[in-house]
Design a protein around this ligand. Structure first.
Ligand code: GDP
Ligand code: IMO
Ligand code: MG
Length: 422
């Protein structure tokens, strides 16, 4: 069998968690391959709401195996809080959750470094989630990282070495901090981590594939936040794209099957950085209010705007998307007119390819669609779709050349319409 990948095509928060949960019954294993607790994946079912940060979103469906892959960065303390929260709500995950020994650890001083670097950037700050993601991946790439497997062997020594290096940098940045309490809790959380099965996940995953088992890889963040192809430097520090699933799990490119690209029927972004279709008017506020667009991890307001097909087509290309999944179209249910950006105008020239530089010079070129003006939140089948809604989907399919397989018309697990089965 192959690994299907589900990933965000915009600036994150597309609704990945919800759809991974919905698709999990079709798979034997669900696994995260990059990012860390900067992610906030929301799932709603049975009147309850859960927000997952490091634990894959396949954890609630029928005791399925879930793996935190080698490409992930893991903060033991945030992980402990998340896991304990699930156990307290009646979901004992210890037997079904496995963690790669090669995943890198987020140390307390990584969090401090994240804050110090942001402070040093002043107005140019990225607006990170403050979880230490950038500094942890920096240590990984500069070959100074500490990995999950290290907690099993002479850990204190490795930790002290990394901490001393971080402290020297923090000192040079004149950043004052006190991590005594945080450090104590962090070490308790490292002990807690040992309750879980720490594995060589690349062997486990490839062996499962050989046995004919199916795997769903759950992306975090989104393509426009990818370290290589996103709106650099306003990006995260990992490869959020499909290729990231190969390096973040240890599976060969030929083992990738379907690539599910997920996008909102409009667009949002949290943190700093360019956003060509951002709306600063009443329509933007309406999207924010109706879409409850506040970060699930930081609570920060998400910036809102129209769907950007220039960026979406780019994301489809980079990821080799085979099926699209459109989320939150219910947020547009009451709109008279819906706009879609099909090109950028830069210095009077029409540009249809996503350009190197995304800046204030970009004027989005829009086409307008009549809204469907229908409450779709209780719909269960494509047969009920209003004509205008079908026209909106068809346009996106024509522009991207990829079919929209699933649409989501509400936050609940049930509010999901699969348009066709493979
Ligand atoms: P993720 O990070 O990609 O998993 O997405 P988030 O969970 O951060 O953000 C998506 C938000 O939209 C969450 O609050 C979800 O509960 C909610 N959501 C998901 N799908 C839909 C939908 O189709 N309609 C509405 N109204 N909300 C949705
Ligand atoms: P999910 O998985 C939306 C953004 C931050 C910031 C930039 C870098 O829930 O879609 P980082 O802490 O990663 O160094 O921050 O990336 N960001 C996200 N935005 N959803 C996310 O995750 C994000 N993870 C990081 O706001 O702009
Ligand atoms: Mg999120």
């Amino acid at each position: 069998m192959k690994v299907d990948v589900l990933l965000g095509l915009q600036w994150g928060d597309e609704g990945k968690g919800k759809v991974v949960d919905v698709l999990t019954p079709n798979y034997d294993l669900v696994t995260r391959f990059q990012g860390g607790p900067n992610a906030g994946h929301t799932l709603e079912f049975g009147g309850e709401k859960y927000i997952l940060r490091s634990i894959p979103s396949g954890i609630f469906q029928g005791g399925k195996m879930n793996i935190i892959g080698n490409g992930v960065v893991l903060d033991p303390l945030l992980f402990k809080q998340e896991a304990e929260g699930l156990v307290a709500s009646g979901h004992d995950i210890t037997k079904q959750l496995y963690i790669s020994k090669k995943a890198h650890l987020i140390l307390p001083t990584h969090r401090m470094l994240d804050a110090a670097y942001e402070a040093a950037k002043g107005d140019g700050k990225i607006g990170t989630t403050g979880k230490g993601i950038g500094p942890t991946y920096t240590d990984k790439v500069s070959r100074n990282g500490v990995r999950v497997g290290d907690i099993l062997n002479q850990f204190e020594e490795k930790y002290a070495k990394a901490k001393a290096r971080h402290e020297a940098i923090l000192h040079s940045l004149n950043y004052s901090y006190d991590i005594a309490e945080l450090e104590k809790e962090w070490f308790e959380a490292v002990e807690y981590l040992k309750r879980f099965q720490l594995i060589d996940s690349e062997h486990v995953i490839n062996n499962l594939l050989k046995e004919g088992k199916s795997v769903l890889a759950e992306g975090a963040q989104g393509t426009m936040l990818d370290i290589d192809f996103g709106s650099y430097p306003f990006v995260t520090s990992s490869n959020t794209i499909c290729a990231g699933a190969c390096t973040g799990l240890g599976v060969a490119p030929g083992k990738i099957g379907n690539v599910y690209g997920i996008f909102k029927a409009y667009c949002t972004r949290v943190g700093s950085g360019p956003f060509p279709t951002e709306l600063f008017d009443e329509t933007g506020k309406l999207l924010s209010t109706l879409g409850h667009e506040f970060g699930s991890v930081t609570g920060r307001a998400r910036r809102c705007g129209w769907l950007d097909l220039v960026a979406l087509k780019y994301a489809v290309m980079i990821n080799g998307v085979t099926q699209l999944i459109m989320m939150k179209s219910d947020v547009l249910d009451s709109f008279n007119t819906i706009k879609v950006c099909t090109a950028y105008k830069i210095d009077g020239e029409i540009v249809e390819e996503f350009p190197y530089e995304i800046n204030d010079k970009i004027e989005p070129v829009y086409v307008e669609f009549p809204g469907w003006k229908t409450d779709m939140t209780k719909m269960t089948s494509e047969d009920e779709f209003p004509e205008e809604y079908n026209a909106y989907i068809s346009f996106i399919e024509e522009e991207t050349g990829v079919p929209v397989k699933i649409v989501s018309v509400g936050a609940d697990r049930e509010q999901t319409i699969v348009r066709y089965e493979e």
